[in-house]
Design a protein around this ligand. Sequence first.
Ligand code: ADP
Ligand code: MG
Length: 742
Amino acid sequence: MTGSKARFDAIGNLNLRVPRRFELPKDKEGNPLKISEYFGINTFCIEKMEKALSESNYFKLISAIENGKSLSYDVADAVADVVKSWALSKGATHFCHWFQPQTGSTAEKHDAFINIDYRKKALEKFSASQLIQSEPDASSFPSGGMRTTFEARGYTAWDFSSSIFIMEHTNGKTLCIPSVFVSYHGDALDEKSGLLRSTEVLSKKAIELLQLLGDQQVKRVIPTLGIEQEYFLIDRSFFNLRPDLVMTGRTLMGGQSPKGQQLEDHYFGSIPSRVQAFMSEMEYELYKLGVPVKTRHNEVAPSQFETAPIFEEANLAVDHNQLTMEILRKVALRHGLSVLLHEKPFAGINGSGKHNNWSIMSTMNTRSSCFSDGENLLDPGKTPHENLRFLTILLGVLKGVYKHSGLLRASIASAGNDCRLGAHEAPPAIISVFLGDLLSRILNELERGTGTGLSTQVNVLHLGLSQLPQVMKDNTDRNRTSPFAFTGNKFEFRAVGSSASTAFPITVLNSAVADGFSDLIEDLKKRQKDGLVKESDILDVIRGAIAETRSIRFEGNNYSSDWVKEAEKRGLPHLRSTPEALDQLVSPTSCEMLTRLGVFTESELNSRFQVRLERYLKNKIIEMDTLRSMVDTQILPAAYAYWGSLVQGVSAAKSAGFPAPQIERVEKLSDLITLLQTQRKALEDVWNQGESRENERDYAYLLGSLGTRLMEEIRLCCDELECRVSDDYWPLPKYREILFLS
Ligand code: ADP
Ligand code: MG
């Protein structure tokens, strides 16, 4: 009966948990500071640079940032000096280049500022070269075969476009320099290099397109991004008692609790006080790092929550999302909680996504981080010219998504997301675009080129040349089932998994849209006369694009099985599992586009394929191994023990001359135990095939199909046992305990 003791203790200990208090900073009079007073205090942003540097050095730094040039050594030295002074004044003892290898998370190697001079005197030093570049041993980061061990050099280089910051930990502070990570030969080994390249090419193509439409002023176009982060929060003791959560981030088994999310009472409900205490502290930490978190609420599933920031330029938003995930994890621990970022921690209730609200903004300002004068190019305009621009940009996006939907699917593929995509509450594994009723009607009218079109009550289009559509913001309808939905003035890429780095999906999206723009540019150029394109010709190009991209648009319920059939009829890729999806990464179309635009070389792309395939395999193997060990050391022993106690009861009853009511249970239990033993053996056989398989891709396909199915069957058997074995014997915290007790 000892198996369940730890579980009962964990439940009992919940009574001792109280919301953790922490002190918000106060002014001299003891009044709490406003958020604006501590927002960004741990970042060394461009404004602080401006104050600290001489005018000429600041000017040189800015022009290097704006023009993508390298910094001269003397300027870099001056910058390093002011960064060092700031960091030391804040109490930092170490510095590191903070980068994003292809592991999905971040990496850092700390060095102390301390140095010993020739008189053996200790002093703090931080040189230009330490600021600009470092050389971590790259051999332990995934490179997908791009780097052989004898060429293990990798370099990190300061990415000026993101702010330097200080990360605090219990007993110290570290200065972090956001960086890209490249190989000795300059190949991108990380998630950021591609993102930065895609941002550049998107800007270049968008400017070219705008110029053809007559906008000559625009200097830069910036993708903007607001990332909604969903997560689960559970008591740490329950987490620790579940080897599956500890090893894989999700429960590999667990019987459904009678109450799940069916009462719909959690979404936007009042936030539990322990969670509220956690959120306040988490947000405080993020504000100090300059992350503009804005909303917080309960999500649909029990114990599921969301946090979302104010949108920023995509590069910064990606960094800030990484920091958000890290702070979520760290602060949860202080509150005796565990945060689950996995896409599907619990079967039968909603999984978690990371909705990427994406748009593009034009600015006449060259500075990348500044878009106060920016205009959202996906904001339907008020004047005919703005509407024409909006429609052109919209069709550029549609073209990109239409041409590269397989690649977009691949960009969000992971073992975790496979558990979520296609489930009843998550976007399916088919990429389509939702535009909303009004916009759809406008595009349909335009395509047909008929009559005056829509009712005059809504500002609508007469297809005469100077009477362009008065497109209105479409805030009326929402489609939560679409993987890529237009929401008034931005697109929401909802298929990204909650634990993913969004750098790669956004890299792919930026590139696909840049490619869509390229096509439109080509079409418009054919019609250009004396440097001008007539409105009627622009409309023609738009019409052509509407017709071409028709099949990617879907307004209905993406969760329905009819949609799957319909999508297949339309010829849209339906890539159910990661191995299938990953093939799209290296398809001729993807390869041609990404290399032509200069986002990735062919070998960089192949390496991304390889890294993702390997990560998928490793995740699957860890899951299978964890499941096997849980069955062997927890589930079967509990079942045997309970079975044994029943059998004892049966024989005692018989020898006392009574009928044994337990007999039916004993039989059922015997059947389940036998079944589980057989399934467990079958799983091991699949697992062992990895040894003999040369080809990783084949093995991934096997684990994605047969392996996943077997794990599912084992799960069902364990869940059935959970319902039948006495509570006193069951070692694993149950769904009803994990999700409803806090
Ligand atoms: P929803 O539309 O999902 O109800 P919000 O309007 O609050 O929610 O927006 C969700 C996220 O979209 C927020 O992070 C917000 O900052 C972001 N967002 C709003 N406008 C833009 C934009 N132009 N570009 C990128 N993200 C944006
Ligand atoms: Mg949203």
